[in-house]
Design a protein around this ligand. Sequence first.
Ligand code: ADP
Ligand code: MG
Length: 254
Amino acid sequence: MEKVLDVENVSISFIQYTQGLNQRELKVITDLTLDVSEGEILAVLGSSGSGKSLLAHAIFGILPENANLNGKISYKGKELSQEDKEELRGKEIALIPQSVNFLDPLMKISDQAIGHIDSKEEKAEKKIKQREIFEHYNLGPDVDEMYPFQLSGGMARRVLVSTALLSDPKLVVADEPTPGLDEKTVEETLNHFRHMKEDGVGVLLITHDIHAALEVADRIGIFYSGYVIEIAKAEDFSGDGENLLHPYTKSLYK
Ligand code: ADP
Ligand code: MG
């Protein structure tokens, strides 16, 4: 299976100003290496503030301007420049963002992903495809005319997932897709990832829910304090976590 993501020795840091002009480097991610193949789900777990969203944003080329990124991020074996990321973004590489705030609050749902397309024919084509995907994700025609603030939590999730899939991506980076959802909606969301996997899509699933990860992931990586402290097949994390070494990993099972 071809690799759709290679993250090699990636570090992300910020310069912080302390007392006047004194500077210090805040390292959020240190020397991170991981990969995702076609049809594989790699779940990455870590506590809040451990740099999970930064990793997602680094792959997508949307890091904040004051972030320093070192190391290599490749798609299908080719190292990505910032321009490449902008080219692939929203096409072969899709992000399911952590927050609904990624949707434009002043734009109707039906226009979010296709409003910017100039060509009338292309727009009409995409609109049909969007409706099909929306139907598949149980979003009826009413949703087209809604604005983001009118969506329920579950609907918003389904809009974010369907919008990401509109471009037939080969790599999907999902940033905490399940928190705050009821059990049924979590199960539904996890099913979406199972389907992506069946379609040969590689998924980097960022979550802090070990149970969700155990349900769908092929491999699991644990982030702690900027480092990946364990990465292994999902089976190795099953049970109650008793055989795991790191106290942080053990704590995830509570
Ligand atoms: P996670 O998604 O794992 O909760 P994030 O990737 O959002 O964590 O952020 C990790 C850390 O990076 C934050 O706790 C913060 O210290 C730092 N950080 C994020 N964005 C910035 C920024 N623009 N400037 C300075 N530090 C930042
Ligand atoms: Mg985050």
